[in-house]
Ligand binder design. Structure first.
Ligand code: GLC
Length: 566
């Protein structure tokens, strides 16, 4: 029976590589996670999403799975995982597993068998096509581009065949048209659900279905060559319904899909409650407010209007029909306090708490990425060798191959690199920030760990963690913050962000200054409040409805009566 527990959930994402290395071998591990469950629980979290823990050769750090039913050795054993699950449940923390089902690792036995012989039934588990002969040259079957590298096709040995990979070449795409593949996937979901996990995050799910027959993409100016043929494909809804019918709906499970450039119509269809597909998807449009065309590396000055539109649109679209999620960071994005034009040096506490307030009191499930609760910042990488993400390397190599000087190319990728969020957690000011006891970590440690770490934050008068505790308590206990309708205010203002949430008699008004300059808000007459529920400064300056906000100040007001905003 489905209980919709997710409506009141607050999710904490753990990137296992970098959380805590208990056995001091350089890699984070399950034992390390278990030792910090109380810390996570005390924050006010109700569920944990684990980035992949499965066996993987780590070309894409866990997002290339070689065995969907095994825990990777560096993280621990299946017995360790079972204990982790039990320890989470003991604390009333739900467990959400990452499921990467668009592709496997090239080291998955299915793929190995597929390549072994042209007659192998596993060949049809993947997408393999003959290349095109043009002027005596063998070309890939289509001109599609992979999200991470050049062509989306990789030639198989010296044959005339290619396999499709929409991400790294080490991540061959699965053929979802093959019913056997879907059967295998359903069995994998049930394996984890039977163990007692509470839900899944589906990696790049809206690329499962492709448009057949394959053809070249001649559209200009699209986000990715071929995108129109492999994003939101024609059988997407059918595939999700099948997973639901045969696995998800048989348990009290929750799903969140990581969507990739979905159309507005499809984004709603995926989460519409009466459609029985997914419970929620991630919407990232607001995170593109400081880059060009949602390409993380192409920096542009922060555009607050775009941020607001991206943040609020899905909340308005999904309200009453399905559920929503609220995200600022994850393992694919730089740290939020180090972007959006924020003055991190002077206002890290104010900015981190402001961002959380305006985001998490909206309509949907707050997703917190590990370290965000203490305001961890981007890492000052010195050179490309310090970066581990294959995408950083690909973009760097591409830039330099076009003749861009190395230093320039490095500075270029530094802004949006995924590596920033993937460095070890800073727990305290001991060796390696307390990540382990001194073994060389798999990834550079942010050298600012002596200034910014969990222990220090908890002792500080301006503790971000303690502010998050208050904020999350308010979120979970307020019907308005969970179910309230959202009305936006001050939409055109270039400094302010403001909205109300109202549910029956209860109303909240969230107001913030998203800049380092003081800001003034003339509260409209209909806005009558009875108290300040939360404030990241000691005071709120108010002269007869004219509110003066300090740099990055955020406040939550309790509305005395519902506003009548049309
Ligand atoms: C998703 C993951 C990302 C991964 C990619 C390919 O975007 O979040 O980390 O590299 O899918 O699996």
């Amino acid at each position: 029976m489905k209980t919709n527990w997710y409506e009141r959930a607050v999710v904490y994402q753990i990137y296992p590589f970098s959380f805590l290395d208990n056995n001091n071998d350089g890699w984070g591990d399950i034992e390390g996670i278990i030792s910090k469950l109380d810390y996570i629980k005390d924050l006010g979290v109700t569920a944990i999403w684990f980035s992949p823990l499965y066996k993987s050769p780590d070309y894409d750090y866990g997002y290339d799975i070689a065995d969907y039913r095994a825990i990777d050795e560096k993280f621990g054993t299946m017995a360790d995982f079972d204990r982790l699950l039990a320890e989470c449940h003991k604390r009333d923390l739900k467990v959400i597993m990452d499921m990467v089902l668009n592709h496997t690792s090239m080291e998955h036995p299915w793929f190995k068998k597929a390549l072994e012989s042209p007659d192998s039934p596993y060949r049809d588990y993947y997408i393999i096509r003959k290349g095109k002969q043009e002027k005596g040259k063998l070309l890939p079957p289509t001109n599609w581009a992979s999200t991470f590298t050049g062509s989306a096709w990789e030639r198989i040995g010296d044959s005339d065949e290619f396999y499709l990979h929409l991400f790294c070449r080490e991540q061959p795409d699965l053929n979802w048209e093959n019913p056997k593949v879907r059967e295998e996937i359903i069995a994998i979901l049930k394996f984890w659900l039977d163990k007692g996990v509470d839900g899944f995050r589906f990696d790049v799910f809206n690329m499962f279905s492709k448009v057949y027959p394959f053809q070249d993409d001649h559209q200009k100016g699209t986000f990715q060559k071929g995108g129109q043929y492999f994003v939101d494909g024609p059988r997407m809804h059918e595939f999700l319904k099948e997973l639901n019918e045969k696995a998800l709906s048989l348990y009290d499970s929750y799903t969140v899909g990581e969507s990739y450039h979905p159309s507005k119509e499809n984004a709603l269809e995926y989460v519409r409650r009466d459609n029985h597909e997914l419970d929620s998807i991630f919407n990232f449009a607001h995170l593109a407010a400081d880059n060009i065309a949602d390409k993380k590396f192409f920096w542009k000055p922060f555009n607050l209007r775009q941020f607001k539109d991206g943040l609020f649109q899905p909340q308005k679209d999904n309200y009453g029909l399905g559920w929503n999620t609220l995200v600022l960071e994850n393992h694919d994005n730089p740290r939020s306090v180090s972007r959006f034009g924020i003055d991190t040096k002077n206002y890290r506490y104010e900015a981190a708490t402001m961002l959380a307030t305006i985001t998490y009191l909206g309509f949907g499930i707050p997703y917190i990425y590990m370290g965000q609760e203490v305001g961890l910042t981007n890492c000052p990488f010195d050179n490309i060798e310090e970066m581990k993400d294959p995408v950083s390397h690909f973009v760097y190599d591409l830039m330099t191959s076009y003749g861009m000087p190395k230093k320039l190319a490095f500075n270029f990728i530094k802004y949006g690199a995924r590596d920033h969020a993937r460095v070890p957690m800073a727990w305290n000011d001991s060796v390696n920030g307390g990540f382990n006891e001194g073994a060389l970590p798999w990834q550079k440690v942010n050298p600012n760990y002596r200034q910014i770490n969990v222990e220090k934050d908890l002792k500080s008068d301006k503790s971000i963690y303690r502010y998050f505790q208050k904020l999350l308590k308010l979120k979970k206990e307020s019907e308005a913050a969970i179910y309230g309708k959202l009305e936006e205010y001050a939409h055109d203002d270039r400094q302010l962000i403001a909205y109300s949430r109202q549910y029956e008699d209860e109303g909240l008004f969230i107001l913030a200054n998203f800049s380092k300059r003081p800001a003034v808000y003339e509260a409209p007459a209909e806005l009558v409040w009875s108290g300040v529920l939360l404030n990241n400064y000691p005071e709120l300056e108010n002269k007869s409805g004219t509110l003066k906000l300090k740099p990055y100040q955020a406040v939550v007001l309790q509305l005395a009566q519902p506003t009548n905003k049309k």
